[in-house]
Design a protein around this ligand. Structure first.
Ligand SMILES: Nc1ncnc2c1ncn2[C@@H]1O[C@H](COP(=O)(O)OP(=O)(O)OP(=O)(O)O)[C@@H](O)[C@H]1O
Ligand SMILES: CC(C)(CO)[C@@H](O)C(=O)[O-]
Ligand code: BAL
Length: 282
C-alpha cells in the first residue's frame, strides 16, 4: 500500500500525534529523493527497529553551493513514492521550502572540527546546511531514531556529533554503503553520468581498494596516494579533491592504520562529483 505524501508541517503533526500518544518508536530516513537501493536499505533498517517509519524527501537549498546545483539535482517524486510503496513506510514527508525555512528563519546549526576537513573544505557551508536541516527534520518528525548511510560517512559522524552535543533524544543508525554490481557506490548523482562516464566511474572504488591494500602492506601512504591520483586521472577523472586515510571517530588524517580507519575520496568525472569511502582492514 502506498504511503501518504505529506507536504506541510500541520498535516505531519496530525499524522504523528496518535503514534506519539501510543509511545511508538518513530524512525526517520532523511533523503533528497531520486531514491535508489541505498535509500531503500535505510528504510528497511528503519522498519526493522521502529514501529513507524517516515521517509523525508527535501532537496535542501542550504547545502548546495549554487542555485544551479539545486536546480539540476534529479527529482523523481512519483517513482520515489512507487518504490517506497513496496517498503511499508508510514509517511513520505515532502515539505515545501517554506515549511522548513519560513520567512524570517534565522538559525544555523554548525558542528566544528569534523566539518573542517574533506567535504567541509571543498563544499564551504555544506555541513551547516546539512546539520540545520537535519535538526529541523528530526524535530518536525519527533524522530526517536534516524538512519543515515555510511556512503556519506563524514555527514554521519557530523550528525552523530550534533545529536550528542545537543542532547537530542534520537538514536542515530549508520547503515552500510550499497553498491552497484561493478562496485560503484549507489548515489542519486550517478544519474547525471553519461554512459561513457558511467563505465569509468567504478575506477574510483577500485583505486581506493588498491591504495588501502598498498598501505596495509606497508607502502607509505603518500606514495600510495600519488599512484591512486595518477591512475584516476589516467582513467578519465579530471580532478581529485581528496583521497586519504582518516580515523573513523574524529576523522583525523592518518599515515598508518594505527586505529580503525577509512579511506575517503571525492573526485570529478565529466562534471559530476563522486564521493566514496571504504574501511581499511588491518
Ligand atoms: N549507496 C548508498 N548506500 C547506503 N546509503 C546511502 C547510499 N547512497 C545514499 N545513501 C544515504 O541516503 C541518505 C540520503 O542521501 P541522498 O538523498 O543525498 O542520496 P545520495 O544518493 O547520497 O545523493 P547524492 O548523489 O546527492 O550524494 C543519506 O543518509 C545517504 O548517506
Ligand atoms: C541528510 C540529508 C537528507 C540532509 O539534507 C542529505 O544531506 C542527504 O541526502 O544525505
Ligand atoms: N548525499 C549528501 C548530500 C549532498 O551531497 O548534498
Amino acid at each position: 500500500m502506498s504511503a501518504p505524501i505529506v507536504r506541510n508541517l500541520a498535516d505531519l503533526r496530525a499524522a504523528i500525534l496518535p503514534w506519539r500518544d501510543a509511545g511508538a518508536r518513530i524512525g526517520v530516513v532523511p533523503t533528497m529523493g531520486a531514491l535508489h537501493d541505498g535509500h531503500l536499505s535505510l528504510a528497511r533498517a528503519a522498519k526493522r527497529v521502529c514501529d513507524r517509519v517516515i521517509v523525508t524527501i527535501f532537496v535542501n537549498p542550504r547545502q548546495f553551493s549554487t542555485p544551479e546545483d539545486v536546480a539540476r539535482y534529479p527529482r523523481t517524486e512519483q517513482a520515489d513514492a512507487a518504490r517506497l510503496a513496496r517498503h511499508g513506510v508510514d509517511a513520505i514527508y515532502v515539505p515545501d521550502v517554506d515549511q522548513i525555512y519560513p520567512d524570517g528563519f534565522a538559525t544555523t546549526v554548525t558542528v566544528s572540527g569534523l566539518t573542517e576537513v574533506m567535504d567541509g573544505i571543498h563544499r564551504p557551508g555544506h555541513f551547516a546546511g546539512v546539520t540545520t536541516v537535519v535538526a529541523k527534520l528530526l524535530a518536525q518528525t519527533s524522530a526517536t531514531d534516524a538512519f543515515f548511510g555510511e556512503k556519506d560517512f563524514q555527514q554521519l559522524q557530523v550528525v552523530r556529533r550534533m545529536v550528542r552535543d545537543l542532547d537530542m533524544p534520537v538514536t542515530i543508525h549508520g547503515c552500510p554503503t550499497i553498491r552497484e554490481i561493478d562496485g560503484l557506490a549507489m548515489s542519486s548523482r550517478n544519474l547525471l553520468l553519461s554512459d561513457r562516464a558511467r563505465t569509468i566511474a567504478p575506477a574510483l572504488v577500485e583505486q581506493m581498494e588498491q591504495m588501502a591494500a598498498a598501505i596495509v602492506s606497508g607502502r607509505p601512504a603518500e606514495e600510495a596516494q600519488r599512484a591512486a591520483i595518477a591512475a584516476l586521472k589516467q582513467a578519465g577523472f579530471t580532478d581529485v579533491d581528496y583521497i586519504e586515510m582518516r580515523a573513523n571517530d574524529d576523522l583525523s588524517l592518518l599515515t598508518t592504520p594505527s586505529r580503525p580507519a577509512r579511506l575517503f575520496a571525492a573526485a570529478w568525472l565529466a562534471g559530476v562529483r563522486l564521493i566514496d569511502n571504504i574501511a581499511v582492514e588491518r
